[in-house]
Design a protein around this ligand. Structure first.
Ligand code: B12
Length: 222
């Protein structure tokens, strides 16, 4: 529910919908790369030059399909990379959306009781999925703007890291060593990114199109 999200975030991040509006939080799990992304690349290889990040564009085309399949439902889509013009503030804080939807627990510095970090050090929060650990990404939200209800039960996200030490370890790995992907493996996982997918994400955004055999991107700010 949009209201669950708006209750937590600062006013500047509020979504402009009634509190009882139904929304879906969208995640991609490891098989996204093989099952959605590669077929989409194959189908679009000879099309127009890509102007955005290929993954973002693929997700956008999935959202279009959702709307085509639900022609009578008014939907708004917000992708994870979208920003407000001028302020460059993200349109949606996907980690908070993931937490209130019950999909993935969002661990923040304030969740740690015995905080070991220097007070001036910036510690970013990170989310953990109960089945895929850190091997997933948020892709945005679908807002069903004309559907309002108060009957959806609230499901709390699963807390996979109950102790302070586990939370500290996870946040340390995410903040100080995210490149080695160890933050993704702090719990046993059902699936993880294939070697090829890991290589794709390790490649600088400006070189990813070439890796996929595509024409050069125009906007390389991926
Ligand atoms: C800007 C950004 C960055 C910036 C700054 C990070 C930051 N967190 O501010 C930089 C460039 C550093 C960055 C880096 C990375 N990022 Co980044 N980044 C983002 C982005 C686009 C916006 C984050 C943001 O600006 N937040 C604003 C701040 C103010 O939000 P906040 O701290 O959560 O505060 C809110 C909550 O606390 C909430 N709140 C208040 N009280 C309560 C109480 C409860 C219970 C809850 C739940 C919430 C809540 O209200 C606050 C706002 O008012 C998000 C995607 C998105 N659209 O959200 C990805 C995102 C956070 N990044 C992500 C990743 C993976 C990374 C990197 C690993 C690089 C990569 N491979 O992409 C690195 C790792 C960090 C590092 N060590 O450098 C993932 C994290 C996935 C996860 N498992 O959590 C995200 C979600 C992208 C995605 N599509 O999945 N990132």
């Amino acid at each position: 529910m949009v209201g669950w999200y708006n209750e937590l975030v600062d006013k500047v991040f509020h979504l402009p919908y009634h509190a009882d509006t139904v929304a879906l939080c969208v995640l991609s799990i490891p098989c996204m790369y093989e099952r959605a992304f590669k077929p989409w690349i194959e189908a679009n290889k000879n099309g127009n030059m890509l102007v955005k990040d290929p993954i973002d564009e693929c997700v956008g085309s999935c959202y279009q399909k959702v709307q085509q399949n639900l022609p009578d439902v008014a939907l708004d889509f917000i992708q994870d990379y979208e920003q407000h013009h001028g302020t460059r503030r993200p349109k949606l804080l996907v980690q908070t959306a993931g937490h209130v939807s019950g999909a993935a627990y969002y661990y923040k510095r304030s969740d740690v009781k015995n905080d070991p970090w220097h007070e001036k050090k910036r510690i970013y929060g990170a989310s953990l999925h109960p089945r895929f650990g850190g091997w997933f990404a948020f892709r945005g939200a679908i807002i069903m703007k004309d559907i309002q209800t108060t009957s959806i039960p609230r499901v709390l996200p699963h807390d996979s890291l109950p102790t302070d030490n586990q939370k500290i370890d996870f946040l340390d790995k995410f903040n100080n060593n995210w490149q080695n992907n160890m933050f993704r493996d702090v719990i046993p996982v059902a699936d993880k990114y294939s070697e090829e997918q890991q290589k794709y994400f390790e490649t600088l955004p400006k070189n990813r199109a070439a890796l996929l055999g595509l024409k050069q991107n125009v906007d390389q700010d991926g």
